[in-house]
Design a protein around this ligand. Structure first.
Ligand code: IPE
Ligand code: IPE
Ligand code: MG
Length: 251
């Protein structure tokens, strides 16, 4: 599918470098909500609320361009360090978002999934997401994957413990443990690894996100704060991805 060229360097885009491959799996670190609010003299939570409208826009764009998986970093295992009121506010947003948009998501054939340590989430958050997972389980359009109470180190340790138990129970032997098998124990089991990682908000770090899965992912950073991130910005990122040559260590 051909992308519209919105980039500032439109004329310079060489068809030679363009493979027109839309990334199948896009992962996004949605950062900058707090700063967006602060710049406007508003409380940080106003930024989180505004961030929801960006989620809606980006999901629509992902559906439109037939992205297969969109993973959104929504709440990290480290975000519990924030003030209780902010944490509570953020963890109420999934329910709020789903209560408004689930019918649209179902109509768009979107399937919802969650990665992260679900047990430690408040019941209202867990139940809202579990209900959405259940109600969208037969959809085969965009897989909208929320990383909620997600931390990659926690995920890897969790996988290691499960593997240890299964080896102990003679489900398989240590010799059989390879990269594929290990991946099967991660929350992302069965999902293609991200092709493109986007981080908004200007920081150049991955903040404990998908450490294993990002081994050969293309990175795209922007200073734009998440509530200001637009369809146009998203298309810049997709377009930039199309121009890259992935070598995976080969030639
Ligand atoms: C990202 O925005 C949302 C979450 C981490 C939940 P931040 O809240 O980190 O916003 P900044 O980085 O402080 O601006
Ligand atoms: C990463 O953003 C987590 C999410 C977007 C959910 P943070 O704002 O928590 O990351 P740091 O603290 O800047 O590394
Ligand atoms: Mg941040």
């Amino acid at each position: 599918m051909k992308l519209p060229f919105f980039s500032k360097k439109q004329a310079a885009v060489s068809d030679l470098f363009l493979n027109e491959t839309i990334p199948e799996h896009v992962a996004i670190i949605m950062d900058g909500n707090g700063r967006w609010a602060k710049k406007r003299g508003m409380p940080r939570i106003a930024g989180h609320k505004e961030g929801i409208s960006t989620v809606v826009k980006i999901v629509k764009t992902a559906v439109k361009w037939k992205v297969k998986v969109l993973t959104l970093y929504t709440f990290s295992t480290e975000n519990w360090k924030r003030p209780k009121t902010e944490v509570e506010f953020i963890l109420r947003l999934p329910k709020e978002f789903l209560s408004i948009y689930l019918p649209d998501l179902i109509a768009s054939n979107v399937r919802i999934e969650l990665i992260g340590d679900i047990e430690k989430l408040p019941a209202h958050t867990r139940e809202a997401v579990e209900d959405a997972i259940e109600r969208t389980r037969d959809n085969d359009g965009l897989l909208l994957n929320f990383a909620l109470n997600y931390g990659s180190r926690q995920e890897i340790l969790h996988a290691m413990k499960e593997i240890f138990l299964d080896i102990n129970n003679d489900e398989f032997s240590l010799q059989e443990l390879d990269e594929q098998k290990f991946s099967d124990y991660l929350y992302t089991a069965g999902m293609k690894e991200p092709d493109l990682l986007i981080r908004t908000g200007g920081e150049k770090r991955i903040s404990n996100f998908l450490l294993w899965q990002l081994a050969y992912t293309e990175f795209w950073f922007t200073d734009v704060l998440w509530p200001d991130f637009s369809e146009k910005e998203f298309l810049y990122a997709l377009e930039d991805f199309c121009k890259r040559k992935r070598r995976y260590g080969g030639l």
